[in-house]
Design a protein around this ligand. Sequence first.
Ligand code: 13P
Length: 252
Amino acid sequence: MNKRTPLIAGNWKMYKGCRQAVETAKTLLELASEVKDVDIMIAPSFTSLYLVGNILKNSNIKLGAQNICYQKEGAFTGEISTSMLLSCGCRYVIVGHSERREIFKEIDENINKKINAVINSGLIPVLCVGETEDQRDAGDTFKILDKQMELGLKDFFAEDLKNLVIAYEPVWAIGTGKTATDEQAQESHKFIREKIEAQFGKSLAETIRILYGGSVKPANIKQIMNMPDIDGALVGGASLDATTFSEVIKYK
Ligand code: 13P
């Protein structure tokens, strides 16, 4: 068994207005406030961050954002900076989610700039990587992961990345109910850890947390968490309901 503290993170995506977000956060806090040996994070939409941040203040549930602008401030209409996130109480930022890569055409070079901005601000980046179904069918899974890691983490040193979290989210398993098998997930997580070792050395590879994402729910979390290189989960659909998400958090 590894010594990495598991992280269970909820990505609420573009769901919940302010009132719903507050209600869900309050209920989750009641249900999960006793959990000690698992780190917990929820990432509501930008518009709810401040309100949810106030509810989670001084609790064991940390606040995350779903995206970030790599600029510090300025004339960047519609964008959100790291200092704005910090002012809402954020600790984590999800970067390079496949929905941003696919739908909003986010490229690795910008993801790299975002990781840099997040690290420089003291926030914790959660870098998402993962292959599409076509890429997997073509046998390109490792090639894609290698490229996303190489470009996303270009020009960093190991000491910059000591808090980095990586989320492996096979695109074909997101929101589809099709979870990767434990072996498929483990194989990719092992590849990612070996890639970290080759790029940044053994020490970072041993401590870095690699989360699995893609149709994680109470029924499959325990099995997923049994895999040696899986250190937690990034949960979409099953994080929207506080009771369901608390069952994922309490998987042990
Ligand atoms: P689902 O859990 O809904 O498949 O979403 C996974 C995800 O994209 C989390 O970031």
